[in-house]
Ligand binder design. Structure first.
Ligand SMILES: [Zn+2]
Length: 451
């Protein structure tokens, strides 16, 4: 027998279909929201009835959050097709040129943050929404958006309705301040500015959001009523006249070569902007052209995102630290002049073992190229041989344990070098720490007493 939960699911799915597939809504957004609220309430009372295909859990449940209020997207917040080579960029440009008459392209920076849409009625901000599932609904973050300094609460030249979309991000400076404070409070630090921005935008307490100092750039007009724009850049001009902060670096291009040049130029500025970018977006400038080429169910056909290769920087290797593990294994760690990569300052990277050192042919004083694997873990890519100071030699892990002085030998069939000292304090200390647990007491003091 069908009950109210089944009934509600059927009704809601019907209206989702009317709204998104038939483009012919039969009920107001408010009525829709009320139905959704009722279903959510019933599901909360009967959690065993929650199924992955329930409208409350749509698209992998990405839009759902316990404390969040959901808002339906009027215009989907689609993600972009990624491309990684000049060839793919050229293919995109040529394909547009084949379908359209002399199309214009806009190349602009792609900020590494998270997407948010803002709605204004008669020039007054009413709602701010996260991307959520991108198609059906996102999360209401209006209260948090209000405390972001770059978000205009009122437009100087109002029109009846406008929805704009942009990227919420964190400057390196703001990010450092947040992590410094987290450290001071003994809390977990954030891995990168994007993670921090995402957590901050979805904070339940907007006081924390305000404190953390988010920023925002607008990169698209989603929908308007009472005024139309011919091109993307015309829309930008309107927004700028309202004091809205739009993407800083954008350039109108007509040929593939111009597009590629603009992408290169943005790439060169990367690392000098005070915030992270993860690519360059190439999009059609003429809004009618965008309608003509349309979109797939997932991505617009009128834009691509070029992704730069992982950010890397040169620095100088100052030292190689040797640590002795619990099993006696000696691990070398490179210590280099601090550099900023993907939002954080790094000065250390593992050198793994002697084979790794030999392959790199690395020595103290060498200039090295460092990148972040998965945008998180610092890794040494190569040594800049031309910059090697005279007298620098390849590092060799010594044949004596750096802690106890016992012979260190390379294990057969592995690249590990191990201390052979039976009473090696490094190994002993690790044994004890491992046994007692680091947080249990002042282990260092305990170890000193035992030894
Ligand atoms: Zn030892």
């Amino acid at each position: 027998m069908k009950d109210r939960i089944d009934e509600l699911r059927e009704i809601i799915n019907y209206h989702i279909d009317c709204y998104y597939n038939q483009d012919d809504p039969e009920i107001t957004d408010y009525e829709y929201d009320m139905l959704m609220q009722e279903l959510k309430k019933l599901e909360a009372e009967h959690p065993e009835r929650i199924t992955p295909d329930s409208p409350t859990q749509h698209v992998g449940g990405t839009a759902k959050r316990e404390a969040g209020v959901l808002v339906r997207h009027r215009v989907p917040m689609l993600s972009l097709q990624d491309v990684f080579s000049k060839e793919e960029v050229m293919q995109f440009v040529e394909s547009m040129q084949q379908q359209l008459d002399h199309p214009e392209f806009v190349v602009e920076t792609k900020i590494d943050g998270l997407s948010m849409a803002i709605r204004y009625t008669d020039g007054v901000m009413t709602t701010a929404i996260t991307r959520g599932d991108g198609i059906i609904q996102g999360e209401d973050v209006t209260e948090n958006a209000r405390v972001i300094k770059d978000v205009k609460k009122k437009l100087k030249h109002p029109i009846p309705y406008i929805e704009i979309r942009g990227e919420v991000y964190m400057t390196n400076e703001a990010f450092d301040a947040v992590n410094a404070k987290q450290e001071l409070l003994g809390k977990k630090t954030f891995a990168n500015p994007r993670n921090c921005a995402a957590g901050t935008l979805r904070q339940l307490d907007s006081k924390i959001t305000k404190e953390r100092n988010l920023s925002m750039f607008i990169f698209n007009i989603q929908e308007t009523q009472g005024r139309t724009f011919t091109t993307h850049t015309e829309g930008y001009e309107y927004l700028k006249s309202n004091g809205v902060k739009v993407i800083e670096n954008y350039q109108v291009c007509t040929t593939g070569e111009e597009v590629w040049e603009a992408i290169q130029k943005i790439g060169e500025q990367r690392g000098k902007l005070g915030y992270d970018i993860d690519g360059a977006v190439v999009k059609l400038n003429n809004l009618q052209d965008r309608v003509t080429v349309g979109e797939t169910s997932k991505v617009p056909r009128w834009a691509v995102a070029y992704k730069y290769p992982p950010e890397e920087k040169e620095t100088v290797l100052r030292d190689i630290e040797l640590s002795v593990g619990r099993t006696g294994r000696i691990t070398p760690t490179a210590i280099f002049d601090p550099i900023r990569l993907c939002g954080t300052s790094v000065s250390r990277a593992t050198l793994h073992n002697q084979d790794f050192i030999d392959d790199l042919d690395i020595g103290i004083g060498d200039t090295i190229v460092v990148y972040k694997s998965g945008e998180i873990i610092p890794k040494i890519k190569s040594v800049v041989k031309e910059k090697r100071p005279t007298g620098t030699v390849r590092f060799q892990i010594p044949d004596r344990c750096p802690v106890c002085g016992a012979p260190a030998v390379r294990e057969k069939e592995t690249a590990d070098i191990k201390c052979t000292g039976i009473s090696c304090p490094a190994q002993k200390e690790r044994h004890i720490i491992n046994f007692v647990g680091r947080d249990a007491m002042d282990i260092k003091a305990l170890v000193r007493i035992i030894l």
